[in-house]
Ligand binder design. Structure first.
Ligand code: DP6
Length: 333
């Protein structure tokens, strides 16, 4: 009753922003992402009849009560599916540089889904794993798969048609994703809270919904055609629209800081110089930039000149979940 799995983080090209069902994590809109090679979570789950409650060790330290509650709630769903009530020891390590500004909940819940279901003897396909991972954190359903991934919102009330699937593998189109770190401070408003407030109060949210499905279809077409300019243009505009909804919320809020503007301006500047680069921003101030691999160094150098930029991590498309043996787990990566 023990298994280890690894899942990589993903960055949304078309954002998931808003839920139509909070308990099942059903999204208001479809989204698209790239799974990244560099950042991942490795999780071992061991169920035992000897345990009376779950134990959660995160990065070699006993996790807080709050983190444990989230894990137990999620494991309860897995226990329900398997019909086995055992408690578990969950040991999770994030290979995300601590200050990368990348959310690890997507890779965390994807790895936990794969390891926990395997440990209970369930051999589930990617679609089923994705539906389960979604109920830990929406964006986690996309981290089950590698490369370019779509998550169609689905229509059904039980969520059975809301899961992620691959659009194109990580090997089929090599593009660079630069993660620009401005701050590693935890964000004031979580994505969960931010999207809820926006759905409930922002008059701009209807504008988001009116255009996001078209963005999703156009971005998917651009990926299939390997049309970098088209993909970058849609991605950047989609991020701007998502962030615009927060300004109309009550109370209003923004995830950006002054460094966010500095980076956005430099990306525009690089484009006027003929270097194709496009930005996107999640629920925080840090910026991710898409560029051609042959120009990643030039883009990195230009951005490192901005005083508010603390670090840049260069990523490329990466793989989906992998099951590991005990000896693999012990190897250094
Ligand atoms: C802005 O998946 O973190 O990064 O489902 O509430 O756990 P919950 O939210 P989460 O939200 C991600 C929001 C986003 C866009 C995206 O990744 O698509």
């Amino acid at each position: 009753m023990r298994a280890t799995a690894r899942a990589h983080t993903n960055i949304a090209l078309i954002k998931y922003w808003g839920k139509r069902d909070e308990s099942l994590f059903l999204p208001m809109n479809s989204s698209l992402s790239i799974t990244l090679d560099k950042f991942f979570t490795t999780t071992t789950v061991e169920f035992c009849s000897c345990l009376t409650e779950d134990v959660f060790v995160l990065n070699n330290q006993l996790a807080s009560e709050q983190e444990l509650t989230k894990i137990t709630r999620f494991l309860d769903r897995v226990r329900e599916i398997s019909g086995k009530g055992y408690r578990a020891i969950v040991n999770s390590t994030n290979n995300v540089p601590t200050a990368a500004g990348f959310a690890s909940s997507a890779s965390g819940f994807a790895a936990l889904t794969a390891a926990a279901t395997k440990a209970l003897g369930l051999n589930l396909d990617g679609t089923t794993l994705s539906k389960i991972a979604r109920q830990g954190s929406g964006s986690a359903c996309r981290s089950i798969h590698g490369g370019f991934v779509e998550w169609r919102k689905g229509e059904k009330i039980d969520g059975s048609d809301s899961f992620a699937k691959p659009v194109m593998s990580d090997k089929s189109w090599n593009i660079s994703i630069l993660s620009v770190l401005l701050t590693s401070k935890p964000k004031g408003i979580s994505s969960r809270e931010g999207m809820k407030r926006t759905v409930e109060t922002s008059p701009f949210y209807s504008g988001w919904l009116a255009s996001v499905e078209q963005d999703f279809l156009s971005a998917k077409e651009a990926i299939r055609a390997r049309d970098f300019e088209k993909l970058g243009t849609i991605m950047e505009a989609n991020a701007m629209k998502m962030h615009a909804t927060t300004l109309g919320a009550n109370p209003p809020f923004s995830y950006w800081n002054s460094g966010t503007f500095d980076v956005m301006q430099e990306v525009h500047n690089l484009r006027t110089l003929g270097i194709q680069s496009y930005f996107t921003i999640d629920a925080g101030p840090n910026v991710k930039i898409l560029c051609h691999p042959k120009e990643e160094q030039i883009v990195q150098e230009a951005l490192l000149k901005i005083p508010t930029v603390k670090a840049i991590h260069i990523c490329h498309p990466g793989p989906g979940i992998k099951y590991l043996s005990d000896s693999d787990r012990l190897k250094k990566y």
